[in-house]
Design a protein around this ligand. Structure first.
Ligand code: FEO
Length: 394
């Protein structure tokens, strides 16, 4: 990636991965991603903050060569996951004098994951500082963003926060800064939903602590840099708050059109009551879109036929995902069908055990839905509206 100067002798030297379409063999990347790495040159020492994914380490080294960098003293590792740390061994090999600066937990991970020798580390702890001469870093230990060892690095003289994954977005772009705010908002929200949402309560605390710092620039390790930090700080404040919206995420799958017919009726019943409904046909949906919709929703409804006495595997996957992502959802329900029996609703309910939800009575049709089932769906929509009114969102 083309080198960009953020301030005098502070450069973005990482790489865009324009055509990567899957992360962790799980997360869709409709807009690719970037692995940002930052070079900060002081009057006495030079530091690199985070490296890149191993697939792009050649680009990182080329960028350092283009800048004619002969010496790196410190490689600051904010997070041990390989998309930021995988290039560190190559940097250490190229710059034999360099030491990895990180906290003890991250050091342990880097030794285990990348087999970096112990003598290459300098350990730091919360609030410790590191001087480059005219420039000083302060380290902020911020566990569970989204691993237990994560930390943020603050450059005091320039008021720049380097938070690694936090505030990031899977967005490959030629823009250094987040100029297309609508696009960046979507990408950052998707990223928050997929990666950060299970750690919402921890992030609330970290946001509170960041109020101690004057921040002019936020330079994350994925996606564009924020030169108007309040844009992403306000978005995170909203996403991590306890507030939900008058919305329903409706994730469903149908085999022989019974659930599909119920879904059509149910969506209309919600629309009639001015409840925003986000339907996801699970055979066609992008799970990132589903995750993003979970950020603000007050209610989740899962629709499924009964397969071998339980929910359809696509519904199991959706329920498992919702449970793992731990959205701040307040209510849940189930609609579905069966032919001759089974424990589909009970099994789905078990899969949502992490969520602090009130279950609104499910609507389950025997075979193709009849008039009584449509009336029950009408009642379900009415019950959801009542619940949303009770919490003041409708
Ligand atoms: Fe971008 Fe947790 O790595």
């Amino acid at each position: 990636m083309h080198i960009r100067e953020i301030k005098d002798k502070i450069y973005a030297v990482g790489a865009n991965h324009w055509d990567r379409r899957l992360f962790d063999e799980l997360i869709p990347l409709p807009d690719g991603t970037s692995y940002n790495s930052y070079l900060i040159i002081g009057t006495e020492k030079t530091a690199l903050i985070d490296a890149v994914d191993p697939s792009k380490e050649k680009e990182l080294i080329e960028n350092l060569n283009k800048l004619n960098i002969k010496k790196i003293d410190y490689v600051i590792s904010n997070h041990a996951e390989q998309d930021h740390s995988g290039g560190i061994p190559k940097v250490l090999e190229t710059f034999p004098m360099a030491k990895v600066v990180t906290n003890p937990k991250c050091k342990d991970f880097l030794i285990d994951l990348l087999l970096i020798p112990e003598e290459r580390f300098i350990e730091i702890n919360d609030n410790d500082t590191l001087s480059l001469g005219n420039r000083t870093f302060q380290f902020i230990i911020a566990p569970w963003v989204h691993w237990p060892e994560t930390m943020l690095t603050y450059l005091k003289e320039e008021n720049i926060l380097f938070p690694c994954d936090l505030f990031g977005s899977h967005l490959a772009t030629s823009d250094l800064y987040a100029v297309d705010e609508a696009k960046v908002y979507e990408s950052a929200k998707r990223y928050y939903a997929e990666i950060m949402m299970p750690f919402r309560k921890n992030i609330q605390k970290h946001l509170e602590r960041l109020k101690e710092f004057k921040i002019d620039i936020i330079a994350p390790s994925h996606g564009p840099v924020y030169n108007k930090p309040e844009f992403i700080l306000n978005a995170y404040k909203d996403w991590t708050s306890d507030n939900v919206k008058n919305e329903i995420v409706f994730a469903y799958v149908s085999m022989h059109r019974s659930v599909e017919k119920m879904a059509e009726y149910f969506i209309d019943a919600l629309m009639k009551r001015n409840i925003a409904v986000k339907p996801f046909n699970l055979t066609k949906t992008d799970i990132g879109e589903l995750a993003m919709a979970l950020v603000d929703t007050a209610t989740i409804v899962i629709g499924t036929p009964t397969v071998l006495t339980g929910p359809h595997p696509a519904a199991v996957y959706a329920a498992y995902l919702c449970n793992a992502l731990r959205p701040k959802v307040k209510f849940a329900s189930i609609i579905g069908s069966y032919g001759w029996g089974g424990k589909m609703p009970e099994k789905l309910q078990e899969l949502l055990s992490n969520l602090d939800i009130e279950l609104i009575p499910p609507v389950i049709a025997k075979g193709y839905p009849r008039q009584k089932d449509f009336l029950a769906l009408e009642e379900l929509a009415e019950n959801i509206l009542k619940k949303h009114r009770e919490i003041g969102v409708a």
